[in-house]
Design a protein around this ligand. Structure first.
Ligand SMILES: Nc1ncnc2c1ncn2[C@@H]1O[C@H](COP(=O)(O)OP(=O)(O)OP(=O)(O)O)[C@@H](O)[C@H]1O
Ligand SMILES: [Mg+2]
Length: 456
């Protein structure tokens, strides 16, 4: 008991405690002066089930992209998709990074796993890799609040751009077997906005719109709208609608879901198909005018159908729901599919805008209507540059005149500009062939006009 202790003993132990406290404080002060750093460990695996830690994966991708140029000890591995080598920082290597003026240092380390309860089949199973992130104590708040999240976002983005993108197609849904709804192959379409020939101003407007969409997470949240955007591409065959879809997907680095509506039987199936798409994807319905009963054909029956719907008896409701309908599709465009989180782009294409039901194409439903038109001079110049490497030529003048006189698709122009031998020998030849094709078209057009003018 303290009151029974001699006063000298109490005073002595108090002094010892005081001296210890002072010494500790002095030591810590000295330590923080000589070693003013904090460190954070990011382990490769976490939890009882040894799940790979997402922050470690993101840090690995981030360091490989942003800092590997400053490291001298690197390792190369085949990426997840086994299609290309990925260069990473090797074990026991360190790199520096700077974030908002704060210098940080990353160490790549590994230690032997302490647990002996797991059976390992490979020697490296015993090793646990981790990163050690060190930084000056005064930057601690910045690192904790901002830098780690920055590494996560940038690392995820780097992983996404390394990942091979996929082209999905839907399988017919059958009740009997549990086959997956979507099958996929690697998406390797080479079309980009650089190779796409169209009016430069309209192209820029589309790119700006896509950028607004891609970076608009906060904006969409603020206005309370699902992070989705719909484009309707229309124009004659061969004007670049499918090429535009590929260019959009390549630009945004999204997967593509090519939805074949004719394989979808019911609204319920459609709902399931949509919900099984992932975020950061472009969902495409090509030739919407040829897909089921979604065109003017439906319009003829529309009034009758609407009447029928009004007086529909409960037992008929199910029967009606078992059919894919325009309203089923419209429901998704309007918001039902907004329950699928994450950003998605929906694209319809058609050769015949006028054949579509007005409900489908009214403004506000598809956010942007993009006309893919016959080849004009600006588009031709892009094709000539891409195919033949020429930006000007003495035959360009006559080509410009002809393009104003006849309708020729970019696909037809591209066909003529395809060099048959070496490009240098072929430039004049290709341009002359193109002029000939257009002359023939013009002649055909003039003859048809004359024929029309003839009295019967
Ligand atoms: N605007 C364009 N710019 C560059 N190449 C084009 C363009 N339009 C067409 N092409 C060329 O023509 C080929 C066919 O074009 P694409 O398949 O994109 O046309 P489409 O409008 O989708 O036709 P369809 O209506 O028949 O589906 C493309 O592979 C490409 O080589
Ligand atoms: Mg097409």
């Amino acid at each position: 008991m303290i009151e029974n202790w001699p006063a000298s003993a109490i005073g002595g132990s108090f002094l010892v405690v005081l001296a210890h406290g002072i010494l500790t404080a002095v030591f810590q002060k000295a330590l923080s002066i000589t070693f003013p750093y904090d460190q954070i460990t990011i382990n490769q695996y976490r939890g009882l089930h040894m799940q790979r830690d997402a922050l470690y994966t993101a840090a690995e991708a981030y360091l490989s992209k942003a800092c590997s140029s400053r490291a001298s000890k690197l390792k190369a591995e085949l990426g997840k998709e086994h299609d290309r080598p990925v260069v990473m920082i090797d074990n026991d290597e360190e790199v520096t990074d700077t974030f908002k003026g704060a210098k940080v240092r990353w160490y790549s380390r590994k230690r032997r796993a302490s647990s002996t309860s797991t059976i390992s089949f490979q020697p490296q199973d015993d090793e646990r890799k981790y990163y050690l992130l060190t930084f000056n104590k005064r930057h601690r708040k910045l690192i904790e609040d901002e830098y780690l999240e920055y590494v996560l976002i940038e690392g995820d983005a780097a992983t996404a751009s390394n990942r091979k993108r996929r082209l999905f197609t839907n399988n017919p849904i059958s009740n009997s077997c549990r086959s997956p709804i979507w099958s996929h192959v690697p998406f390797e379409h080479p079309s980009t906005f650089e190779t796409l020939a169209m009016d430069p101003e309209r192209k820029k407007a589309i790119i700006d719109d896509l950028v607004m969409f891609r970076d608009g997470k906060e904006f969409y949240k603020k206005i309370g709208k699902a992070w989705k955007r719909g484009y309707l591409l229309y124009g004659p065959p061969g004007t670049g609608k499918s090429s535009m879809i590929a260019a959009i997907a390549n630009f945004l680095e999204y997967d593509v879901y090519d939805l074949e509506l004719t394989a979808v039987k019911t609204n319920t199936d459609l709902r399931q198909i949509f919900t099984e798409t992932t975020s950061k994807s472009v969902i495409v319905i090509e030739d919407i005018d040829c897909s089921l009963d979604l065109t003017n054909k439906r319009k003829e029956k529309k009034e009758k159908d609407e009447e029928a719907r009004e007086i529909m008896l409960p037992e008929n409701v199910e029967k009606d729901e078992n059919k894919l309908t325009l309203s089923g599709l419209l429901n998704f465009i309007d918001g039902l599919w907004s329950s699928c989180g994450g950003e998605r782009i929906l694209i319809f294409t058609t050769n015949h805008l006028q054949k579509l039901d007005p409900a489908l194409i009214r403004k506000g439903r598809m956010d942007m209507h993009i006309e893919m038109s016959y080849c004009k001079f600006e588009a031709f110049r892009m094709l000539a540059k891409n195919y033949l490497g020429v930006e000007d030529h003495e035959l360009f003048g006559i080509i410009q005149t002809r393009l104003d006189e006849v309708n020729i698709t970019p696909a037809d122009v591209a066909e003529e500009l395809m060099p048959k031998r070496s490009v240098e020998d072929d430039v004049g030849e290709c341009l002359k062939n193109l002029i000939k094709v257009m002359d023939d078209k013009k002649k055909g057009k003039d003859d048809a006009a004359k024929e029309k003018e003839k009295p019967n």
